[in-house]
Design a protein around this ligand. Structure first.
Ligand code: ZN
Length: 498
C-alpha cells in the first residue's frame, strides 16, 4: 500500500521535473538560436511555466500525497517498510516542500520583480560604472533576500537560511573557520608568485568550427555520451541538464584565446558527466538530481583543475593541440606551454582568476553578504569595502566599479548565499581527488595515454549514482571517511605553487 502511495507521489514529482525541463529547454533555446524578437513571447512562456511549477509544488494534492508518507511537522517517516533510499528521497521532498510553503506568493513576486529590474539596471549601469544609479535597485534585492531568509527561518544566522537553498545543511558555523584557514594559507602564497611568463602564443584569430571540433574530441575523451547531449556556441559557456539523457553544453562563440574554450569544455564537461551519471529511472525524484551546487562544482573543478591542469593530461593533449594550431604552437616547447598554462597572477575579475586566487574572490563576497545580513554595512559603502577587501587579499584594487563591485550579475539575480558553493566545490574536489588517487594509484599513466573513461566510471560509482540521497557533507564523509576540511585543498595548492 505504501509503495503505491510512494509511486503516486513520484508521479506528481515527475510532473514538476518535466515542467522544469521544458523551462530549461526554453532557456537553452533563448541562449543559442532564438531570434532576437522572440524575447517577448519567450518571457511570457517562461513566466507561465514558472507559475505552473510553483502551483504544483505547493498544491493541495501534492501535500495530501506527501502527508500519507511522512509527517509534515516532524519529518517522521510513516511506513518503516519503505526502502532506505526512498526514505531519504522523502526527506528531500519534504525539505523542498517546506521551502516553497514558507515563502508567500507576495514575497516570491516581489523578489522576482526586484531581481529582474536589478538585472536590467545592472546591465545598463555597468557599462558606465554608475554604481550610484544601480545602488537602490541592488539594495532592494538585498533587502528582499533578507526578508526571504526570515521567512525561511534559521537557527543561528540568517545567512544559513540562504546557504541552505544552494548547499543543503551548510552553515556559517562550518564556513567561517574553513574560509579563515584558506585565507591564511593563500595570501602569503599569492604574494610569493613569480611574475607571469609570456602567454602571447595563446592568442590569435581562430576558426570557430576548428575550436568546437577540438572541444568535441575532448568531451569524447572524458567519456561524454553524444547520444545524450550536444555542444553549441553561446556568449558564455554553460551546461544545462534537461535529464540525464539530454545535456546541453556550450562554449564561447568568439574566442581569441586557444585555451579558453578547452578549459570551459573541461569545466562544463565535468558538470555534464555528473548529470549523465544520474540514474535514468530516478528522473523526477531527488535520487535523480545532483546533491548540491557545491558537489556539482566539485565535479567540474575535478575535471578542469585536477585533470585538465595536470601534466599527464597535457602530455597526451599538447601534441594534438600543436597539430591543430601550428602557427601559434609549433615552436613552443611543452615546458614553456605548461608553465604559461599553470602560472598564477591575481586578476581583478573573478571569472578570469586562476586556481590559486579564485577562492579569495569568493571569500570577500561571502564576507560582504554576511555582514549585510548582520546589519553591519550599507549598500552605499559596498564599492569601498569591496576594493579594500580585494587589496587586502589579492594585493590589487579596481579602478572602476565595473571591474570591482559591479562585475558579477549574481547579486542582481538575488543569488546571495550562492558564491560559497564555488569554493566548497574546490574543497570537496580536493578531498575526492585524494580518495581517487588511493583507488587509482596509476591514474597518471592512464591519463598520459589518453584513457580517461575510468575517471568518469569512478565518479559515477562514488558520487553520481546517489543523486540527492545524501547531504553534501555526508556524501564527502561516506566517500573519504573524513569530515569536510580544507587541508587537502590547501596542501595541493601549496605543493603546486611553491
Ligand atoms: Zn561550474
Amino acid at each position: 500500500m505504501s509503495q503505491d502511495n510512494y509511486n503516486e507521489l513520484v508521479k506528481l514529482s515527475k510532473e514538476i521535473s518535466t515542467l522544469s525541463s521544458i523551462h530549461a529547454l526554453l532557456d537553452w533555446d533563448q541562449e543559442t538560436y532564438m531570434p532576437e524578437k522572440g524575447i517577448a513571447l519567450r518571457s511570457s512562456q517562461k513566466q507561465l511555466l514558472s507559475s505552473l511549477i510553483h502551483e504544483k509544488k505547493k498544491s493541495h494534492e501534492f501535500k495530501k500525497q506527501l502527508s500519507k508518507l511522512i509527517d509534515l511537522k516532524t519529518g517522521q517517516i510513516i511506513d518503516p517498510n519503505l526502502e532506505d533510499l526512498q526514505k531519504r528521497s522523502l526527506l528531500r521532498i519534504l525539505h523542498d516542500f517546506n521551502i516553497a510553503k514558507k515563502q508567500s506568493d507576495e514575497l516570491v513576486k516581489n523578489l522576482s520583480e526586484a531581481t529582474s529590474t536589478a538585472c536590467h539596471v545592472w546591465s545598463k549601469t555597468k557599462k558606465t560604472s554608475d554604481f550610484q544609479t544601480f545602488a537602490p535597485y541592488l539594495k532592494r534585492v538585498f533587502d528582499k533576500t533578507k526578508e526571504q531568509a526570515e521567512a525561511l527561518g534559521y537557527q543561528d544566522h540568517p545567512y544559513d537560511a540562504l546557504l541552505d537553498l544552494y548547499e543543503p545543511g551548510m552553515t556559517v558555523e562550518v564556513l567561517d573557520p574553513l574560509f579563515k584557514e584558506l585565507k591564511k594559507a593563500l595570501i602569503p602564497l599569492i604574494q610569493k608568485q613569480p611574475p607571469k611568463p609570456d602567454t602571447s602564443f595563446f592568442y590569435g584569430n581562430f576558426d570557430k568550427e576548428v575550436q568546437r571540433k577540438f572541444c568535441i574530441e575532448i568531451l569524447e575523451t572524458l567519456g561524454f555520451d553524444f547520444t545524450r547531449g550536444r555542444l553549441d556556441r553561446t556568449s558564455h559557456p554553460f551546461c544545462m541538464g534537461l535529464s540525464s539523457n539530454d545535456l546541453r553544453l556550450t562554449i564561447h562563440g568568439e574566442s581569441g584565446n586557444l585555451i579558453g574554450n578547452i578549459m570551459a569544455t573541461l569545466h562544463e564537461g565535468g558538470h555534464a558527466l555528473y548529470e549523465q551519471g544520474l540514474l535514468e529511472e530516478n528522473f523526477g525524484t531527488p535520487l535523480g538530481m545532483a546533491a548540491s551546487l557545491g558537489i556539482h562544482e566539485s565535479q567540474s573543478r575535478f575535471y578542469e583543475t585536477r585533470i585538465g591542469l595536470s601534466k599527464p593530461f597535457w602530455t597526451h593533449t599538447y601534441p594534438l593541440l600543436q597539430k591543430t594550431y601550428p602557427h601559434n604552437l609549433e615552436k613552443v616547447s611543452f615546458d614553456t606551454f605548461y608553465k604559461a598554462l599553470t602560472a598564477s597572477s591575481p586578476s581583478l575579475i573573478r571569472v578570469h582568476s586562476d586556481e590559486l586566487t579564485y577562492s579569495l574572490h569568493i571569500i570577500l563576497r561571502y564576507e560582504i553578504e554576511k555582514a549585510y545580513l548582520e546589519g553591519e554595512i550599507a549598500i552605499k559603502d559596498l564599492p569601498n569595502i569591496f576594493a579594500e577587501k580585494m587589496q587586502e587579499s589579492l594585493g590589487i584594487s579596481p579602478n572602476t566599479h565595473a571591474e570591482g563591485v559591479m562585475q558579477d550579475i549574481h547579486w542582481s539575480m538575488g543569488l546571495i548565499g550562492y558564491f560559497p558553493t564555488y569554493t566548497l566545490g574546490n574543497i570537496y574536489s580536493a578531498q575526492i581527488f585524494n580518495q581517487f588517487k588511493l583507488n587509482h594509484p596509476d591514474w597518471e599513466k592512464r591519463v598520459e595515454n589518453g584513457h580517461l573513461h575510468f575517471i568518469r566510471d569512478y565518479l559515477n560509482e562514488k558520487i553520481h549514482k546517489y543523486g540527492r540521497a545524501f547531504l553534501p557533507q555526508e556524501l564527502i564523509e561516506n566517500l573519504t571517511k573524513e569530515k569536510l576540511n580544507a587541508k587537502p585543498y590547501i596542501d595541493y595548492l601549496k605543493e603546486k605553487f611553491t
